[in-house]
Design a protein around this ligand. Structure first.
Ligand code: NAD
Length: 445
């Protein structure tokens, strides 16, 4: 099937490559010429395991193209909307301007299809009510289209497998039966390998589909902030949050995933999605329903304050002139994404307090050099550790999790470490002579 993907960032580029791998004829359209040039040459424009071979194969086969030319939308039966919906400046709400400009591009460039209405599939995370508004706008412009809302649940670092073998797919369909059936059938055809694999597919109305995504993110954010609030209690009482999480996680009703205390969540999704959800609830007159998300957000932001204060405390009260080795800057491992990264935020705050920050990250260094040119970035953990007064592990990259405490000790000036992700073995580090501090964790457990 001939498909377009509008917006080729973390979501859209992976989606386009996976759809080409499913056997479709795909064009990815983005306004960023730099990104498009790389993708068109089969080179990922960001770090994502498994993406490069899919891109290369698709481009070499000729079934995957990337362009900034919006007229390339002509002829496609299906148009996926995968543009960004970042937090609007000075507000909690989502900036929807990219979505509306994508819709306008479809109106201006899509062409009628001989097999029936074109199908516009929304994948961006949007405020509830958007799908219906898009359908109206297309109808007013005289475009024969069916809108399907198909929220995306991929995790950066696992984006390819999450796109090709998701836990579930959700189709938000129009109330009109005939249009709903067309939308379902066409998206089923696009996702044939997913449907044939028996992956659960839920057919719901537009607002349910839109809410599923933000509800899922709100739940995950709440789970993380819950365990981080328990970490605060553990710090105050001498308990150990890792053992607590392990113990409660054995209960199937709770589950052990997303119960890792640390410096909190970040990235291009969870923080802005829960804020946009609160803003939308306010518009709908049900802001009280989501007041708990304010607390989730503030517990999360408090983790960053805590990490900076702990650093100051370990350094003897002041950070001025203290050499801090920061290991990890991206918001999570296996990604180069530094959007709202707690690690980068903490590194910047340490720098602001006068620390001599020397940071490193296996994939995020280039993005950081753009976002924070003031920070000193080095190429390896060994370089960062050399002569450090304090080490902070802030992103759980495998290389850092597997650091040898004896080797690390031989490099630093003073063996003090903050394990911001609770991924090191406290006993091994303490036994090696380190002053180890986790997040809500005892150094001897
Ligand atoms: P991103 O910023 O990496 O990518 C968005 C892309 O859209 C950019 O490359 C931008 O240049 C492009 N763009 C903007 N306006 C355009 C237009 N009119 N025409 C063509 N291209 C345009 O963002 P992302 O992380 O890929 O997220 C995209 C959406 O998917 C967001 O709504 C996000 O919340 C959602 N989402 C993201 C993830 C994730 O893990 N990144 C997961 C699920 C859902």
């Amino acid at each position: 099937m001939k498909i377009s993907v509008i917006g080729c960032g973390y979501l859209g580029a992976v989606h386009a490559a996976c759809m080409a791998d499913f056997g479709h004829d795909v064009v990815g359209v983005d306004i960023d010429a730099g990104k498009v040039n790389k993708l068109a040459a089969g080179i990922p424009s960001f770090h994502e395991p498994g993406l490069e071979p899919l891109l290369r194969q698709g481009v070499e086969r000729g079934s995957l193209r990337f362009t900034t030319d919006k007229t390339a939308l002509a002829g496609a039966r299906v148009h996926f909307i995968a543009v960004g919906t970042p937090q609007r400046g000075g507000s909690y709400a989502a900036d929807m301007s990219y979505v509306w400009s994508a819709v306008d591009d479809i109106i201006a460039n899509a062409t009628p299809h001989p097999d029936g209405p074109i199908v516009v599939v929304g994948k961006s995370t949007v405020p509830v009510g958007t799908a219906g508004a898009i359908a109206e706008r297309l109808a007013e412009a005289g475009v024969d289209a069916v809108v399907v809302w198909n929220p995306e649940f991929l995790r950066e670092g696992y984006a390819v497998q999450d796109t090709q073998r998701p836990d579930r797919v959700v189709y938000g369909l129009p109330d009109d039966r005939e249009h709903g059936e067309i939308g379902r059938a066409v998206v089923d055809e696009v996702y044939a390998p997913i449907i044939e694999a028996g992956i659960p597919r839920l057919l719901v109305n537009y607002p349910t589909a839109e809410l599923v995504k933000v509800a899922a993110n709100s739940f995950l954010a709440t789970k993380i902030s819950f365990i981080n609030s328990m970490a605060e209690l553990c710090d105050a009482s001498g308990a150990d949050v890792s053992r607590l999480a392990e113990a409660i996680g054995h209960d199937d009703r709770i589950g052990s995933k997303f119960l890792q205390a640390g410096i909190g969540f970040g990235g291009g999704c969870l923080p802005k999605d829960i804020r946009a959800f609160m803003a939308r609830a306010g518009e709908l007159g049900v802001d009280q329903s989501l007041t708990f998300l304010r607390e989730v957000d503030s517990i999360n932001m408090r983790r960053r304050d805590h990490a900076v204060e702990l650093a100051a405390q370990m350094a003897g009260g002041r950070l001025v002139g203290v050499k801090v080795a920061v290991l990890g800057l991206t918001f999570k491992p296996d990604s180069d994404d530094v959007r709202d990264s707690p690690a980068l935020d903490i590194a910047g705050r340490l720098w602001g307090r006068g620390a001599n920050v020397v940071a490193t990250d296996p994939a995020g260094a280039d993005a950081v050099r753009l976002a924070r040119p003031d920070l000193q970035i080095v190429d390896s953990a060994d370089e960062a550790l050399a002569g450090a007064d304090l080490v902070m592990l802030l992103t759980a990259w495998k290389d850092y999790v597997e650091l040898d405490p004896a080797h690390a000790k031989s490099l630093v000036s003073t063996p003090r470490i903050i394990d911001g992700r609770n991924v090191l073995d406290p006993r091994a580090w303490s036994d090696a002579g380190w002053d180890y501090r986790g997040m809500g964790r005892r150094s001897s457990s």
